[in-house]
Structure formats: structure tokens, C-alpha cells
Design a protein around this ligand. Structure first.
Ligand code: FAD
Length: 474
């Protein structure tokens, strides 16, 4: 007999999407989320009349089927906004992605060297035929290794611990489709002439009410379809005698409850999952678990005496120099927009989860960040009315070689536990983007449906569920 109900740990986008696909196919779902709201890392937070997105802020789906799915979920609130970024580079702002204007902004000796390098790379790769053309779409070949190193690598390394060539080209694509600069138009003509596959996704995709509204919409659909969603529900124990999950114990804020479950999907960080297993995994596993490294996210919000702010712009900083890597102005909420007098700057820091900065007070964090923000002319101290700090623990698995080895051991232990699957960004060290996260969710749902209803047609579209999720993208 097939599985009729599934319990999902974690109400982030992976948990919600998995639940939605299962519920759609007739499997009852129960989500247990520790926080007061669903959304996980893909949340929009409001503070002092402003809304900012924590974690993901750029959604760039390249799979048309996934795009349709999200568009139909979000309805009219789905937007394709124009966003421009700035990189703080040697004491000045440089437009990013690079445009004709950036050419004037980059110090000329660096520009001359970079141009020569770029031209020689282009020539070299073009002479290499098909293989070379593919190479042209990757990191350093797009602007030459020098610019790549100067402008990008540091940020990319700070966030993802990978070289920038590892990332999807769409990471560098925040250009305006309507007003494409002359350089870009020429580049595009050249590309067409040489039939080089374009690496650019020219637009970003974004729900008008913030990234957090995707989770809200999924939550509403799930509740409508009869799913159970428990927020403030911190899981305390997973009952798995004889290597088989039977139930879950959680605290729903009022009392401790125990529910039986036929199947458990966990989307929570592995360091939170393993200690919940009852009986506990062997010492060798727990000892490895302690060595698994995560980075956490810390967001400093500053309320500023200033009424004009470009909310479409992102500012990136060299991480070695500052304790933060990115800043942006938060969106005023509709009621605030009428008589807006202030601006809210949200400054993001990504730190190892055991970094002492995490326990610092708001004032200490502000003092550390202020000199850099002043230097970049984003704030002056007299403008600051109020500051607040938002902390997300276990934001991101580090994913270095040692972590990946540990992960393999942990996963093989989990595979031996029946009726349990760990999916999503925190268990596979992949799904680093929303697109990959959704794919993981669809694949997970598809897996359980195939296992239980092999001949039953499901609404999970095979093209989506089967498409490979490259661990090398972001
Ligand atoms: C700083 C940063 C920037 C990013 N930027 C982008 C971007 O620009 N574009 C993009 O596409 N992607 C981006 N991503 C990736 C994107 O955020 C993830 O792919 C996605 O949000 C992961 O969703 P998830 O459901 O797997 O995990 P999560 O969102 O972390 O969900 C896990 C959930 O489990 C809950 N939980 C934990 N422990 C328990 C427990 N014991 N009991 C119950 N619940 C529990 C947590 O509260 C959480 O809600 C970014 C990520 C980070 C960290």
C-alpha cells in the first residue's frame, strides 16, 4: 500500500515546495517549522516600515517550466525588475555588470591591462573551435582573469568558497534589457556573428512583495489543500527504532506532542537533524558532525535620516577589507511610501557560525561596520537614527573538501535509515540557489511518488523533476 502522509521538517522553500507537490498528488503533508513564520532563509523581514529580503534576493530561473510554475503560483505579483549593482573597488564605485560606464570608472592602468588580456583570451578561445566557445561563456573569459580577480573573485569566494568561474554566468547579469549600453549591444552583435552561446540572463525575477511572499503563497495553497502547517514547532526527537522512522516529537509552543508518521523529509541543517535521532547515531557519526562547518548570516539594519534611496541597487564590498560583503536599501512598505522621510540600509555579513562577531551587540557590530560604510559614502554617522541586527544561524554549509567527505559519511548513515530522507540545501551542500532548491524539492516529491505509486500519473512534470541539478551552479 502506498504512503498516505508525509511529515516534513522545515518550512523553508524546499519543505514547502516538496509538500505542495505531494499534497497536489494526494499525499497528506504535515510541516513542522521551528520559527514563527515559514520561509526559512528566503524570508522578507520588515523593520521600521521597510522590507528587506534576507538570504536570497536574486531569483534567476533559467528553466522555462520552473519559471511557469513560479509565475502561476505568484500570479500578478511576479515582476522582472531592473537591478544594477556597484562594486567598491580601490576607493570608488564601479558599475556592475561591466558597461561602457565602468570603463571610465576603472583606473586606466588596470583597464589597459585587462583589455589586452580580454582581447587575447577572446582570440585564443575563438581559435579553439567549439570547446573554446564553451569556455568563453565561463568566468574569467568574460572579462579576463585580472578583472575577474579584482572585481569578483573575492566576493564570490567569501560567499560561496569557490572560484567565480564555478558560478553560473547569470550571476553577472544584472543589466537592463531595454536600455542596453552600446558596448553590450556591440558585444551581442559580435556574439551572434560568431554564434557564441550567450551567457546572459538579462533580467531578474522577483515577486513585488519580496522573496518571502513565495513562501506565503505556498503556505496559503497548502492550507487550502488541507495540509497541516505547524509554526513555532521545534522538533525534539525523531523516533527511529531499528533504523526505521516511526514518529516525531515536537513542541508546538503549548505542549510537547508526538505524532506517528509514515515518511519523514528533513530539510533542516544536518547538525540539527542528527542529534534528534532516537536512538542517537554512533559516536563516530556525531563526532564527524561536530566538524561540519557552516556560515551564518548577520544583517545590520540602519534607519537613516534620508528620504531618497535607490532600492534597485546592490553594493558589493571586498570582504578582506570589511566585515560585510553586501549592502542595499530596503523597500519602503506601501504605507511608508506615502510620507517617506527615512531610508533603511541593510548590510549583510556572512561569517563562520562560531565567529565571535555573532554574539556581539548591535553597537559593537555597528562600530565595526561604520568606517567602511562611511568610506563608501553610504552613510554618515549623524544620519543614523537607529540600528538593529538580524541573525540567521546555520545559513549556509561551507562545502569545502573536508565538509564534503564528512557529508558523504553522514549521508550513507542516513540512507540506512528507512522512511527518512534529508533533502535541500542543508543536507546535500548543493541547491545553493532558489532554482536548485525548487528542483531538489520536485525531485524529492517525485521520488516518493514513484516509489509508492509507480504506475500512477502524477502532476509533477517529469521534465522538471528529472532535470539534473548541477552542484556547480549558483
Ligand atoms: C546569504 C545567502 C544568500 C543567498 N542568495 C541567493 C540568491 O540571491 N539567489 C538564489 O537563488 N539563492 C540564494 N541563496 C540560496 C537560497 O536561500 C536557498 O537555496 C534556499 O532558501 C534554501 O531553502 P531550504 O528550504 O533548503 O532551507 P531553509 O530556507 O534554511 O529552510 C530550513 C528550515 O528548517 C527550519 N528548521 C531548522 N531546524 C528545525 C527544527 N529542529 N525543527 C523544525 N524546523 C527547523 C528552519 O527554521 C528553516 O525554516 C542564498 C542563501 C544565502 C544563505
Amino acid at each position: 500500500m502506498g504512503i498516505r502522509e508525509v511529515t516534513i521538517l522545515g518550512g523553508g522553500l524546499c519543505g514547502l515546495m516538496t509538500a505542495w507537490k505531494l499534497q497536489e498528488a494526494g499525499v497528506r503533508t504535515r510541516i513542522l517549522e521551528a520559527q514563527p513564520e515559514v520561509g526559512g532563509l528566503a524570508k522578507s523581514v520588515t523593520w521600521k516600515g521597510f522590507r528587506f529580503d534576507i538570504g536570497p534576493n536574486l531569483f534567476m530561473p533559467r528553466d522555462p517550466l520552473l519559471l511557469d510554475e513560479i509565475k502561476s503560483l505568484m500570479g500578478g505579483s511576479y515582476q522582472v525588475p531592473l537591478r544594477q549593482s556597484r562594486l567598491w573597488f580601490k576607493g570608488r564605485w564601479i558599475s556592475y555588470p561591466l558597461t561602457t560606464r565602468s570603463l571610465l570608472e576603472i583606473p586606466w592602468p588596470i583597464l589597459a591591462q585587462a583589455t589586452a588580456e580580454f582581447a587575447s583570451l577572446q582570440l585564443r578561445y575563438r581559435l579553439q573551435g567549439e570547446e573554446g566557445r564553451e569556455r568563453l561563456a565561463q568566468g574569467d573569459a568574460r572579462y579576463g582573469a585580472l578583472l575577474d580577480q579584482l572585481l569578483l573573485s573575492e566576493q564570490v569566494h567569501q560567499i560561496w568558497q569557490k572560484p567565480s568561474s564555478f558560478l553560473s554566468p547569470s550571476w553577472t547579469t544584472q543589466s537592463k534589457p531595454q536600455e542596453r549600453p552600446a558596448m553590450e549591444r556591440i558585444a551581442s552583435l559580435v556574439r551572434q556573428a560568431f554564434r557564441v552561446p550567450t551567457p546572459y540572463t538579462r533580467s531578474l525575477h522577483f515577486p513585488s512583495e519580496g522573496i518571502g511572499s513565495i513562501a506565503k503563497r505556498l503556505q496559503a495553497r497548502l492550507l487550502q489543500a488541507g495540509a497541516e502547517i505547524h509554526t513555532n514547532a521545534k522538533v525534539q526527537r525523531i523516533l527511529a527504532p531499528h533504523g526505521e522512522v516511526q514518529g516525531v516529537v515536537f513542541d508546538d509552543g503549548e505542549r510537547v506532542r508526538q505524532v506517528e508518521t509514515e515518511y519523514l523529509f528533513s530539510t533542516i541543517p544536518l547538525p540539527s537533524l542528527f542529534p534528534l535521532l532516537d536512538p542517537l547515531p554512533p559516536h563516530s557519526i556525531l563526532e564527524r558532525l561536530v566538524r561540519l562547518r557552516h556560515r551564518s548570516l548577520l544583517i545590520l539594519s540602519l534607519l537613516l535620516e534620508r528620504d531618497e534611496a535607490d532600492t534597485q541597487r546592490w553594493f558589493y564590498f571586498p570582504a578582506k577589507q570589511y566585515p560585510f560583503f553586501r549592502a542595499s536599501f530596503a523597500q519602503p512598505l506601501p504605507e511608508q511610501r506615502q510620507r517617506q522621510q527615512h531610508a533603511c540600509l541593510s548590510v549583510e555579513c556572512m561569517l563562520p557560525s562560531d565567529h565571535p562577531f555573532h554574539r556581539a551587540t548591535t553597537e559593537e557590530i555597528l562600530q565595526r561596520c561604520l568606517p567602511g560604510l562611511q568610506e563608501a559614502r553610504l552613510v554618515t554617522p549623524h544620519q543614523i537614527i537607529e540600528a538593529s541586527v538580524h541573525r540567521e544561524i546555520f545559513a549556509f554549509p561551507e562545502g569545502g573538501q573536508e565538509d564534503e567527505e564528512i557529508l558523504r559519511h553522514l549521508q550513507s548513515f542516513l540512507t540506512g535509515t528507512r522512511r527518512l530522507r534529508a533533502v535541500g540545501m542543508h543536507s546535500a551542500f548543493r541547491a545553493w540557489t532558489l532554482e536548485q532548491t525548487f528542483r531538489e524539492a520536485l525531485r524529492a516529491a517525485r521520488g516518493i511518488l514513484d516509489e509508492n505509486y509507480p504506475r500512477r500519473p502524477t502532476k509533477v512534470r517529469p521534465a522538471l523533476a528529472a532535470s539534473p541539478s548541477s552542484s556547480s551552479e549558483s
